[in-house]
Write a new protein. Structure first.
Length: 114
């Protein structure tokens, strides 16, 4: 899964957080094929839908981004600004740009692979 995550070309200004690997379900154990990987980049200031779609296209994923990746001024609380989902090399991929609050203008790009 990390090989798939590595296909998304990040902006050099993005700060990558450590990857998280979750084993879903109480019967799921390491190396059984039922893990999920999450990769996060923060902060992602000035990220717009067009530049993110270009990065998705460069990865060769064939996913369509929905939303404009811009926080509306009247929005309160944590919200998803834009997202894309689909299947890449047999794995389910979710890509979301999330904003924590109107008081914190930076966004976070979250990639989940299951």
């Amino acid at each position: 899964m990390a090989e798939i995550a590595d296909q998304l070309p990040p902006d050099p200004a993005w700060k990558q957080k450590p990857d998280t690997v979750d084993y879903m379900g109480f019967v799921c154990r390491p190396f059984t094929g039922c893990a999920g990987l999450q990769r996060r980049w923060q902060p992602v200031q000035g990220l717009d839908a067009q530049s993110l779609q270009k990065r998705i296209d460069a990865a060769g994923w064939g996913l369509k981004l929905e939303g404009d990746c811009i926080r509306e001024p009247e929005t309160s609380g944590k919200t998803t600004l834009c997202s894309a989902e689909g299947h890449v090399q047999g794995y389910e991929v979710w890509l979301n740009v999330v904003s924590e609050s109107s008081y914190r203008p930076e966004s976070e790009l979250i990639l989940n692979i299951f």
